[in-house]
Write a protein of this length. Structure first.
Length: 255
């Protein structure tokens, strides 16, 4: 697969670097395949390499506008944003509203707890990569307690032991190691982001244990997990986004 065809779906520039290094890296990543029995060490090493390769494409000058956001692809981003607004009006928002109407708040909270528990391997790995043993220990304890006493994570039992949940992802890990945000991007199914955080999402995706499941079940479980997370996120932001849109002269610039 040519490098420009691989980079474009990841939201990166559809161009070849002058040295060709990025292209070679992408082609290597496309050929590399982790087997189901891969060790955690190999997963972390691969993720580090992938993250720095992707984030390296986002090393750009500082923001050059009043908003403090470096947005060299504004025209393309606004085009994607307009498409998102149409999809949100006819698909995302109705689905989020139906989800809210169908499930009471306690049930939605249990779904959210379950999804949060599935993020534990990624959070734990990033805690370790950032040299935060206390946070890593809390994440491990939370996952153990909630996966057992919490019935697979449906209930946040660890909270009762004062083990507070914290978020972490590979985008933050890259930032901790000095990677710059890179250009602003509006990605159709994920919303506003930047190259570094998008690279972080790709790496975190491969920290999901379901990705390495045997059999065809993973092709339903992984997309289902992503869909439910997106649905929950949209439901929690119905009022906030409605207010932001109604009070914004330029909705795109406010996101």
């Amino acid at each position: 697969m040519p490098c420009d065809e691989l980079a474009w779906p990841l939201g990166l520039r559809k161009t070849r670097t002058r040295s060709g290094t990025s292209c070679l890296s992408f082609e290597w990543l496309a050929r590399y395949r982790l087997q189901p029995g891969a060790t955690l060490f190999r997963v972390i090493v691969l993720n580090l390499l992938m993250g720095f390769v992707l984030a390296g494409c986002g090393t750009v000058p500082a923001a050059n506008d009043a908003t403090g956001v470096y947005d060299p692809f504004e025209t393309a981003n606004r085009g994607v944003f307009k498409t998102y607004l149409v999809l949100d009006k006819h698909i995302f928002l109705p689905a989020a509203t139906a989800y809210r109407d169908a499930l009471p708040d306690p049930a939605r909270r249990s779904v959210r707890n379950f999804m949060n528990n599935l993020d534990s391997p990624s959070i734990f790995a990033n805690d370790v990569l950032r040299g935060r043993p206390k946070s890593a220990g809390i994440t491990l304890l939370r996952a153990t307690i909630n996966s057992t006493a919490g019935i697979g994570g449906l209930f946040d039992v660890a909270e009762e032991f004062d083990l507070k949940r914290h978020s972490n992802d590979f985008g933050k890990t890259l930032a901790a190691y000095g990677a710059r945000p890179g250009p602003y991007l509006f990605v159709l199914l994920f919303g506003p982001t930047n190259v570094r955080d998008l690279a972080g999402w790709v790496v975190d995706f491969f920290m999901n244990p379901f990705v390495f499941m045997n059999g065809s079940a993973k092709y339903f479980i992984v997309p289902g997990e992503i869909t439910v997370k997106a649905l929950d996120r949209r439901e929690r932001n119905i009022e906030a986004l409605d207010e932001l849109e109604s009070t914004s002269f330029d909705y795109y610039a406010r996101l």
